[in-house]
Design a protein around this ligand. Structure first.
Ligand code: FAD
Length: 513
């Protein structure tokens, strides 16, 4: 009966569905396969706001079996079709789109995370489409929380694990992909496989940072720790880039020390100009706490802001002042620039959402976002500063710029992600918004052109950057991006998605039938 109803529902759209070769009567799905124009429209766009590709249909899965059935149909049908898992659609360049294929809306299905403990430690088993904010809320009920985060929590588990998942905790815990014990994955052959460091290792490491190329993550076993209750959050400013990076590198060198002797989070920002659009990523941009670039002797009009936190709970609260003071003594910031706040752990982790709500209320959230994220080797970060922050950008950034270092030894080289070939590398995130406000320097065209100039500058200056959340349009560029890892990436693709069905929006491989 359910199948009959489904068939009746699908009959009017049979023509377009059949163009992708779906065998309707074999798809006894629990969820909903939709060609509703509103669903198709939602799945055709992303946070970037400028890449667009229409799928033929959208699957709202009701179970893992729905995903298995859909991918298997794509694999077995003579002509095949592309299938893209879409987490929360927060990509920039259409990475979760499937032109003429089927998009699976992973975040439309939810499953309550379950918490447990194994020889590896405490963990939560979570649905691949779950948003990190919901993972946090569920695990906090047990007094637990994941160890490694992104700055913004309205991203899906599958989406960040397909890239890396980084924030100021990564120097100590590694990226989110270093904090996963086990995965359930639907491969490009429509097989549901459980994998880990011990079992089906190739699939496990391939999927982590694998840009959705080897399988769809339906379950992830995420490492947890006891959740702190509160956070002491400190911001200081620098006018000298060398002092700023020296201090950042010192702080991340303390990874692995007892918690009392290091910070829990280390991030930095480049401040070229003021205003909400530039500072929504940091809660230190309040009216109570204005940054007056001119009054702080900024070198060439650029200031650098270092943010650190210390987590604590009731039993360790009496130690916080002392521990923070001991660490701050070693730093070389502008003495008058210290700003400290104290807040519940959840409010700290969910800080960027506040910025989102402010931007939404001003109609500044749903605008094009030509973002560029780069990993820059430590040895070349000063050249990058001189050429980009003090050069190409001019005195308008059109969005926050993040800069913070990470330790390469916290990244597993067996995963698919690529990072620079140095022990320490920086994330530089240019998170700009294109605005239609008459200013030529804020147009999408201008910012896109500036991104190209930044990439060209790095190439000409020999700065060996790697794109994070990479975007390329030719396979030659992808080969160059993966470097030594290309052959293993290709081998894993042939093994786990031989017909190149999965995540076509990344534009790495062309589908073969
Ligand atoms: P989508 O955009 O939906 O998908 C991204 C890719 O992953 C696609 O190729 C898709 O096919 C694939 N995919 C999605 N789900 C699955 C799955 N279950 N299995 C396999 N493949 C899948 N990143 C950070 O690391 N740190 C940050 O602090 C950070 N902050 C951000 C803040 C904002 C406001 C935004 C918009 C993005 C931010 N990002 C950050 C980037 C973010 O991690 C990536 O854009 C990520 O891809 C978004 O997750 P998503 O769930 O929206 O994925």
């Amino acid at each position: 009966m359910a199948n009959l109803l489904l068939l009746l529902f699908l009959l009017p759209i049979h023509r377009s569905i059949s163009t992708v070769g779906l065998t309707l009567d074999r798809l006894g799905i629990e969820g909903r396969l939709s060609t509703d124009p509103a669903d198709v429209e939602d799945s055709s766009v992303d946070f970037g706001g400028f890449a667009r590709a229409e799928p033929v249909a959208v699957l709202h899965p009701g179970s893992v079996e729905d995903i298995v059935g859909l991918v298997r149909s794509a694999y077995e049908s003579a002509r095949g079709f592309g299938v893209s898992a879409r987490g929360h659609g927060h990509s920039i360049n259409g990475q979760a789109q499937a032109d003429g294929g089927v998009v699976i809306e992973m975040s439309r299905m939810s499953r309550r995370p379950s918490v447990g403990s194994s020889a590896q430690g405490l963990y939560a088993d979570v649905w691949g489409g779950e948003l990190w904010i919901d993972v946090l809320r569920s695990t906090l009920e047990y007094g637990l929380a994941p160890r490694s985060w992104t700055d913004y929590l309205y991203l899906s588990v599958g989406g960040t694990l397909s890239n890396g998942g980084i924030s100021g905790q990564a120097f100590n815990h590694g990226p989110q992909i270093s904090n996963v014990f086990q995965l359930d994955v639907v491969t490009g052959k429509g097989e549901l496989v459980t994998c880990s460091r011990e079992d089906n290792r190739e699939l496990f490491y391939g999927v982590l940072g694998g840009l959705g190329q080897f399988g769809i993550i339906t379950r992830a076993r995420i490492a947890l720790e006891p959740a702190p209750q509160r956070v002491r959050w400190i911001r200081v400013l620098y006018s000298k880039f060398s002092a700023f990076t020296k201090d950042q590198e010192y702080l991340i060198s303390l990874h692995g020390k007892p918690a009392s002797q290091r910070f829990d989070y280390v991030e930095g920002f480049v401040i070229v100009d003021d205003g909400l659009i530039n500072n929504w990523r940091s809660s230190f941009s309040s009216a109570r706490n204005p940054v007056k670039i001119s009054s702080l002797g900024a070198d060439g009009g650029v200031l650098y802001s270092l943010e650190m936190t210390k987590n604590y709970c009731e039993s360790t609260a009496h130690m916080v002042d002392q521990e923070v003071e001991a660490l701050m003594k070693k730093l070389h910031f502008i003495p008058s620039s210290v700003f400290t706040t104290d807040l519940p752990y959840v409010d700290f982790l969910d800080r960027v959402h506040k910025g989102e709500l402010k931007l939404r209320s001003k109609g500044l959230w749903n605008v094009p976002h030509p973002w560029l994220n780069l990993f820059v080797p430590r040895s070349q970060i000063a050249d990058f500063d001189a050429g980009v922050f003090r050069g190409i950008l001019g005195n308008k950034t059109s969005g926050p710029i993040l800069i913070y270092p990470m330790n390469k030894n916290k990244w597993d080289s067996k995963s698919s992600v690529v990072t620079p070939d140095e022990d320490v590398f920086y994330l530089v995130a240019l998170l700009r918004s294109a605005l239609d406000n008459g200013a030529e320097t804020q147009t999408l065209e201008h910012l896109t052109h500036q991104n190209q100039r930044i990439l060209s500058f790095c190439k000409e200056a020999g700065i060996k950057v790697k794109q994070y959340l990479p975007h390329y349009t030719t396979q030659e560029e992808w080969k160059d991006h993966f470097g030594d890892k290309w052959s293993i990436f290709l081998r894993r693709k042939r093994e786990f998605d031989p017909k190149c069905i999965l995540a076509p929006g990344q534009r790495i491989f062309k589908r073969s039938s």
